[in-house]
Design a binder for this molecule. Sequence first.
Ligand SMILES: *Cc1c(COP(=O)(O)O)cnc(C)c1O
Length: 241
Amino acid sequence: MSIAENLEYIRHQITEAEQRSGRPAGAVKLLAVSKFHPQEAVLEAISAGQQLFGENRVQEAVSKFPEVLASHAGTELHLIGSLQRNKVKSIVPYAGCIQSVDRYELAEEIIKQRRKFLSSGTAIPAQLKLLFEVHTGEESKSGFTEESELCRTIELCRSASDAGIVCSGFMTMAPNTDDKSRIRASFKSLRELSRKLQSQYPDLPLNELSMGMSGDFQIAIEEGSTMVRIGTAIFGERNYA
Ligand SMILES: *Cc1c(COP(=O)(O)O)cnc(C)c1O
């Protein structure tokens, strides 16, 4: 199947899952995860109407996306993988969203780099959305585990709206297991945390819930996901060699 056919099929499955779970049509956005796939694959997806893309490594993202973003208005790059502080300045000129904010020090560096670029007059995206990654499954290593630390980080980012920082919501990875009840529990716990923090910070648009991948996106949509991150089911298996 071609990338265009895969996209059409996934969009259809997303629509069905929205209907099944009583969610309004269009409630769930599709992020196409293009890691390990070449720029041509990204361009093919863009031709098929895809605009949101996810990459998990900075080096790969900056080798693939600058030209794509410059020549295709409306295309948006999300960083979804764990991010080292020394890589932040390389991704800030290109990212519309960083979904993997998983510690205070990382948020500090993101804000610092945004301010630097802005004060030097370098063209960067007007806004940078941040999603706070939360640890909800035993296997995954990344994500906040302490709510107090998460809140401290949200409060830091809230004070950086002058740098175009927008606190947009939360991201998680479910445990890598066949046990659907554990996957569901992981998504449910993020939804509950998100509800709680939305009422704690009513001034922030913390409504994005990035959860669900190729193998578990239907469950994620049933549990309130607003963005699914799909790689394999769009672009095929990744060749890690
Ligand atoms: C690779 C990756 C995905 C996509 O995984 P698939 O199973 O290929 O759909 C989603 N989220 C993150 C954080 C990833 O690293």
